[in-house]
Design a protein around this ligand. Sequence first.
Ligand SMILES: [Zn+2]
Length: 468
Amino acid sequence: MKAGFDTLIRNATVVTPQSVAPLDIAITNGRIAALLAPGTPAMARDIIDARGLHVLSGAIDIHCHVRAPAFPERGTVESETRAAAAGGITTLFEMPISKPCCNTAERVILRRDHFAASALVDFALYAAPADLSPHAIEASVNAGIVAFKIFTTAAPAGREDEFAGLAIPDEGQQLATLQALAKTGLPVVVHAESEPLLRYFQARGRGLNPSLATTHNALRPPVCEAVAVAKLLTLNMEAGAKLHIAHVTSALTVEVLRRFKGTSDFSAETCPHYLIRTVSDIQAAGVFGKINPPVRDHADQEALWSALADGTITHVTTDHASFAHAEKQAHLGDFPNAPPGAPGLEILVPSMLDAVAKGRIDLKRMTELLSGNAACRFNIPDKGSIRLGADADLMLVDLSARTQIEASRLFTHARDVAHLYDGAEFQGRIDRTILRGMTVYRAGEITGAAGRGRYIEPTPVSPARAVA
Ligand SMILES: [Zn+2]
């Protein structure tokens, strides 16, 4: 008789890297202490009866914009990590866009402490590589950042301080940045759209009706993304960085990724809005559904699903980016000038459970896309899968129940701009989210405490090897 576990989850079907099978999960000190044959006699302080439920590794959202400590009117660490907990996300990676931009080790540390004070889930931080001096890069790495982020676009007008050190439209600078960051061994995540092509299409698109979502697409068509990605992948054959392409939207970019396969160390992600929404859904949501790069067409969706199936794209992320209602409202009917971004923390997991129900992906692939691949690519080995010794970051899901998205009942502070999924229905529902053994969400209620989320630092790795 095994004695003394903290928690025992009984009667569940458990999704591990090896199998989807009935197992009992024993948790002690926040870690998975044993995976037992169902019904194995064991003692624990708490028993969770998970009959009828599946247990999956908690999601790791590698692309999130809380923006704190800036812009509390858009949401706070507490409000948005509550949303994460409700959405089955046990670790989120916060992007560096803030005011000021998170582009020095000192700012990383201030942000780390700000997040640690009120996060309900674990978190990691990106930095922008403002200063490419070895000293500045080393200081950011030593501050425990999980990766670097850059844009190939210019800073949006009026938001220069939010993008300082982040916006690198010049190709020479992109190459220098990839070369400098390759030495760290950390991933370099890139928002890839070609600045010269954006300018070209902007000039050509003058006179288009600004109230149409198709105009937003005409100003930023797939070729802008695909060209930027092709150039980055070419630069990376020279630089040898550990490159990651953020939010792939289009069939054209999927084709580019396939053609460059094997030429350097790169990976790519997409998001639910590119997988299950089209430009007509964006039109229905108005500027509340405006996201950069734009949501495309049905044919692009199909290409993205096939890229998930064949491993061309290995991550699905939220790109959660909330705005205050007044900020979107000020640009009603004006797609070119409305701020880009929409809330997604409570959509990611239900939308992927729905994809499982529809036979698009299976449960194993879903956990790879939402957690396993992230833990591996970003070197956070305690996370990402259900196995002995790993952090007990779990979601208990009911595949037979449905999730009804009602914007007004979301936990995100940005619920009043969450028009894109208002009224959506997904097959599958999150019953419970567990962070390092603690239940942080259960059946519609947040049970986690602010400040229990921990700063997650990657395990140091040797630099990526130049392929060329
Ligand atoms: Zn983003």
